[in-house]
Design a protein around this ligand. Sequence first.
Ligand SMILES: [Zn+2]
Length: 331
Amino acid sequence: MADDPYHVLGVSKDATDAEIKRAYRKLARQHHPDRNPDDAAAEERFKAIQAAYDQIGTAAARKEYDQQRRIEEMFARGSNPFSGFSGGGGFRTGGFSSGQGFDFSDILNQFMGGRGGAEAQFQQQPRQQTRPPQPPPVQRGPDIEAGIDITLEQALNGTKIEFGHRRLRICERCEGTSFNSRKPCSKCSGKGVESRSSTITVRVPSGAQHGQQLRLKKMGHEHPQGEPGDLLINIRLDAEEGRRWEGSRLIQEVAVPYSTLMLGGAVRIRTPAGKRVQIEVAEGTRIGDRRRLAGHGHDGGPLDIEFILAEPEQVSKKQKEALDRLRDSGL
Ligand SMILES: [Zn+2]
């Protein structure tokens, strides 16, 4: 399996799309072959970065990647997310590859929107004879999990987000009745459900937190003969340039000139609330040192600042001379 693209780009799984783009741009600049001529390792790394970005760099690609990963994880845990479709006998994980005309990629296609016209066959399997009679299980379509990105300001005030939503809906022609029947419907090929998309409006309450999950009841995949699953929406707050979340902690990078790190001094920062604040930098501060500023984070919470080295785009002649003297002195 290819490397985890989140890991390659150095972002967390709940990073916003914008955060992923920023991380990509930074890494692509750093590892660009033009900057690293004749460095095979840098070239490999650059290719890996590109590949990772192809996987999760756009909202659509990322949605697909995340969905696939969730399905794979569900199977890896040995549970069966599609038991609701089986009508009792159940597709067991082991049954997928054993030549029953059932291809795992069909399910994925189905859940990804049925590209290529793949047709999953939701066949009823015979009940095992040894089992005592059991009440029929509650039939339920699978849940869908998705993420939406909002700004810090939208989170404070609440907002409405238009969300493009694709899911399995009851077939319009047979209304689900051809599921498992001997005469499959020509529209849904006897699945009883078909993939349809719509745009829904998601209401995000004020005070929404990064990582909070909204559950939209019955907005998941519909089941031809049972209840629909739910739609689970993970809220991601875009921390904006130079900031990131570590769990629920908001980290802001503060670029400090090397001389200020060594000698101490002060820098000014802009907080998430747009306030300008002066930060005292102690003598001998190191790159990566952190400090917590109470009340300056999102929604009045703490803001953790992390010192990084300011890298000037250009160095003046005077600065070059000063750097020369620094070098001569051994620094
Ligand atoms: Zn149908």
